[in-house]
Design a protein around this ligand. Sequence first.
Ligand SMILES: Nc1ncnc2c1ncn2[C@@H]1O[C@H](COP(=O)(O)OP(=O)(O)OP(=O)(O)O)[C@@H](O)[C@H]1O
Length: 353
Amino acid sequence: MVSKEQVMELIKSVEDPILHKSVLVHEVKIKGSHISLKVALSKTGTSEQLEVQQQIVKLLKEAGAETVGLRFDSLSEEEMTSDEAKKVNPGTPPLLSSECQTTFLAIASGKGGVGKSTVSSNLAVALSRLGYKVGLIDADIYGFSIPDMMEIKTRPEIIDNKIIPPERFGVKVMSMAFFSEDNSPVIWRGPMLGKMLNSFFSEVNWGELDFLLLDLPPGTGDIALDVHSMLPSSKEIIVTTPHPTAALVAVRAGKMAQTANHEILGVIENMSYFESKETGKKEYIFGRGGGERIVQELKTDLFGKLPLAQPDEEDPDTARSIYGADHPIGKIYEGIANSVIAKVKKEQFVEVK
Ligand SMILES: Nc1ncnc2c1ncn2[C@@H]1O[C@H](COP(=O)(O)OP(=O)(O)OP(=O)(O)O)[C@@H](O)[C@H]1O
């Protein structure tokens, strides 16, 4: 029969699947033709553990053992160098780590079609025009529209195993649209949805960001709730139209956000009025008071009111849904961005009339 020393020598040829050096033997017992071993791996319970097990059993049986008893242990912190420990547990993705300085701004709405994606993309652009480093995730998984609104023609690239997001107007953007061929619908659900969202945080090289905006799915249904609960805790901005019903549903969306531990930062009222270019007269097409109603019920602030209007196509500093910096609505977005920054920095907040 083999000796303990021979067993140790034989096992040296078996590699730890992550560290790629010999596995460590914690214990060897030999009783007749039975050998029992306790082997330490950098990570136990992996699919590679089974391969290690088969390799060891084969080696010991070839050396004369009739039966082999094998138990696995994890390597202790002392048994690994700090570089090896990092390899085994690469740690929290920088964007989600506690040291991360990025402010997450989640943009939500009670109903679809109120302009949540338009507001998310213009707010991101306005923050970038003010000199901040900004990212934008189109987390409206099934209704992705941001790349089209911002007219992003490029796709993400993969460099050093990280996804590099395309950039437009200084804003780095990630969207399901980049991974959906020919605008086909996305049918991922449950765990896949979480995996995809998580990969937007951990597998994308965002670089340093001051703000990461998240355009959430509309409403208070399952999908919106799932996405809310999968996100890191964020400051939430609610978008509504002035219509009382839109506001009522938006309050529900705000309350749902609070249950998912997101803080309500404020409200933006979109499609508030139409202003005639000829007469300057304002028409309140969708009614009035929606934004104020949410502010009252959720005890938060109104960041601004946006009129009905389209970007000026002649302006080079514009895209399908992005207003130029000097467009009157571009200026309103600049004011909203300043109010958001002020609130985030807890400076004195000035309510927009
Ligand atoms: N202030 C505005 N003036 C004119 N059109 C607007 C305004 N805001 C948004 N729109 C238009 O309204 C439509 C819906 O906007 P958007 O997609 O931003 O809404 P949404 O709330 O994100 O919708 P969903 O949640 O269903 O994706 C778009 O065609 C957009 O161009």
